[in-house]
Write a protein of this length. Structure first.
Length: 422
């Protein structure tokens, strides 16, 4: 193994941080190591992390296994107990060059280096030149979350909200664009909470406007998950006016029933979600909406679930991320009356069926329409990527990775559009 290998699980923020770690490991001369960047959002995510660790060691018996990420931050002792694991790093330690230098030269003080993430007050700037997959790039604009949704363990893995100053975000994006990236995704744990901890408290909309103005060569900008109650007026104006801001928004909705939303300790009600969806569609008629939805939250009955199911139609959702509720130790929801596991799974399946039907309707509507595709990989000699609306698209011809191809939609399958280059 010539250099450290990264296995990244979970969110887009982890994808960004894996590239930071890749650079630190390379600078330290750390080779024959596998870094597993874990996720803790569900119990299934933790199971997948353990599975990835065992597989990595089985396939690379001589490699050092370094485990980090949210699952390692929250329960370092669990991962330290695995015989395959050599080192455990916390979410703060994983972004420090010295952590990898000590492992490389054998001067590491302890097998487990995990500090109290709640004591971290800022997020350091990390300038990276590119990503292993040279298509879109992810840029961290904030870390952590000040909210305490009753189902969510992530603040205990990420800490409180910490924002990257506007100038540093601009510098990060400019460097990536200069290195050939056509599309940038702004990411974090709670990006609509951006700026509250910075001087002058700039909001997400202000950051986006300055970024687009100061990096004129940036062709496509995307935002990761948005909290509908926190979207500011400036961002809404940009959605309406700025063609470089892609017409796809992913919403952190979680449920469509007011009582469940209150028990989740969310900050919006059902009407807020429906109103937001209608407003962004009025401002940008071609916008496509995705959403996170949880099925089987504690105390959810059939009528409450149907309110979430109806949200797919009432908000005009196209792309769904559906999760059966997963109890996380240490969260208030884990102590609430639980919905049986088989009911959770059945409700999640019903939500996914509704999402699949919505996606198929959208695909059918796009036939004959123009499409702009960022090519991410090659499959069977044909280019594959995502459209401006984040629909998966397969071209009927080859195309270079990282290019943006103009085409026309000619058909679709169950899970992607088919397009011909113009």
């Amino acid at each position: 193994m010539a250099e450290a290998k990264l296995i990244t699980l979970g969110c887009r923020l982890n994808t960004f941080e894996s590239e930071v770690m890749r650079g630190h490991a390379a600078a330290a001369g750390l080779s024959d190591a596998i870094i597993v960047n874990t996720c803790a959002v569900t119990a299934e995510a933790e199971r997948q992390a353990r599975q990835a660790i065992r597989k990595a060691k089985r396939e690379n018996p001589g490699a050092k296994i370094i485990v980090t990420g949210c699952a390692a931050q929250i329960a370092p002792e669990k991962f330290a107990a695995l015989p395959e694991v050599d080192h455990v790093l916390g979410n703060s330690e994983k972004l420090e060059a010295k952590s990898f230098q000590r492992i490389a030269d054998g001067s590491v003080n302890a097998r487990v280096e995990v500090s109290d993430i709640m004591l971290v007050k800022e997020t350091a700037a990390h300038l990276i030149s590119g990503f292993a997959e040279r298509s879109r790039a992810f840029v961290e604009i904030q870390q952590g979350c000040d909210h305490r949704c009753t189902f969510c363990i992530i603040p205990f893995g990420r800490g409180n909200n910490r924002s990257v100053p506007v100038g540093e975000v601009v510098a990060r994006v400019r460097r990536l664009v200069e290195n050939g990236f056509r599309e940038i995704v702004l990411t974090g744990v709670d990006i609509t909470g951006y700026g509250l901890d910075l001087p002058g408290a700039p909001k997400l909309g202000q950051l986006v406007r300055r970024l687009l103005a100061l990096v004129p060569d940036l062709e496509r900008l995307r935002l990761s998950s948005l909290d509908v109650i926190e979207v500011d007026d400036e961002l809404l104006r940009l959605i309406a006016e700025e063609p470089r801001l892609m017409p796809h928004l992913h919403l952190s909705l979680q449920a469509g029933d007011d009582m469940i939303l209150k028990r989740m300790k969310r900050r919006h009600l059902r009407a807020d979600a429906v109103k937001f969806a209608a407003e962004v569609r009025r401002l940008r008629p071609d916008v496509v909406l995705g959403a996170d939805l949880i099925a089987g939250f504690p105390t959810e009955d059939e009528a409450m679930f149907r309110n979430s199911l109806a949200l797919v139609e009432d908000c005009g959702l196209t792309f769904l991320h559906v999760f059966p509720y997963s109890a996380r130790n240490g969260t208030p929801a884990a102590k609430m009356p639980q919905v049986p596991g088989d009911v959770r799974k059945a409700r999640a399946a019903r939500l996914r069926t509704a999402g699949q039907a919505a996606m198929q309707r959208y695909f059918a509507e796009r036939i004959g329409m123009p499409v702009s595709v960022l090519i991410e990989r090659e499959e069977d000699g044909m280019g594959f990527g995502h459209s401006e609306h984040f629909a998966p698209v397969r071209l009927k011809s080859a195309a270079a990775i990282g290019t943006v191809i103009a085409g026309r939609v000619a058909g679709h399958t169950q899970d992607h559009l088919l397009a011909e280059a113009a």
